[in-house]
Design a protein around this ligand. Sequence first.
Ligand code: NAD
Length: 349
Amino acid sequence: MTTPWGNPHFDEHEAVHFVTDRASGLKAIIALHSTALGPAAGGTRFWHYADEGMALSDVLRLSRGMSYKNAMAGLPLGGGKAVILADKDRSKSDAMIAAFGRAVNRLGGHYVTAEDVGITVEDMILVNRETDHVAGLPVEDGAEVGGDPGPHTARGVYLGLKSAVKRALGREDLSGVHVAIQGAGSVASHLARRLAADGAKLSIADVNVERVEAVAAETGATIVDPAHILFIDADVVSPCALGAILTEDSIANLNTGIIAGAANNQLATPGDGQRLAARGILYAPDYVINAGGIINVSTEYLADGGADLVRQRIDAIPGRLERIWNEAASSGRDPASVADAMAQALIGR
Ligand code: NAD
């Protein structure tokens, strides 16, 4: 395993903590990219990695991503991330999760955790027995903020998608605008409902047949083969399933003028942002348009406001995209590079 400093994703992380707990078998890495704007916030991933170097690369890359996302969302939070290195069988125990909670607590609030892939709300309840520095906990019915981030993410994506349609197509409304949605999960289903209510024409795909059929029945969307959804002739393609779907190959085969969706890390490489721009496709940088969920979670953790503040912060997403697109147009750079530069400036890098 290379040292953290030697890792290509290191990017001047403020601190990287390697955690072990012999009794429970816990092995984890907690990465704090930046606390310039506030406590480093980002979820915990429970994953089996082929080797420790891959775990380190993953946590560093994700932690920097959280710095950028939180900064661009205007939140008083820095960026961090944790990974728990699972064994091949992904055996997880309450003792292991509790030991992880104690490790988070030892950081004294410099790192705030939440769920990510492989970590459940129940796990976060266990973590919360050891530390207060947790978000994404269940909320009581009727609570103003917190709870499922999906609907909040979907609202931000919906507003951002509308501003992309206005910019690229000169359309104020979505009536008859054809949107191809990849995925029919939490965010996609909420997004599809909003778009259908506005009269958009929807095509949708998911590898989970039951899910896609349910969303199609509710919204009138046409079901498309998951292998084709990115490439159909549509005004907008909205990736709401997987990362790294925009590659040299896939970009060459797109038949759309706009990419605006929730999936994290849509671009396989930074060069893919330039490829989209070269084809004249308007790209809404993923971590800017999909910030609704973290906005909701952060308002729960920081307790700095209620539903109105969450709404206001999500309402700011289209304006932020406009600034990125304007800067891209005037500088000749692509929107993804412009967003990265803006985020770096905000965190003083
Ligand atoms: P989800 O798990 O509820 O839904 C994802 C869906 O994608 C699933 O139904 C899955 O079957 C489907 N899928 C998987 N592979 C597919 C393929 N090849 N083709 C088509 N569909 C496929 O997840 P979600 O919470 O809706 O999140 C969707 C994306 O948005 C993820 O990339 C996630 O990281 C990102 N995101 C989510 C939130 C949030 O608030 N939930 C916030 C920010 C970013």
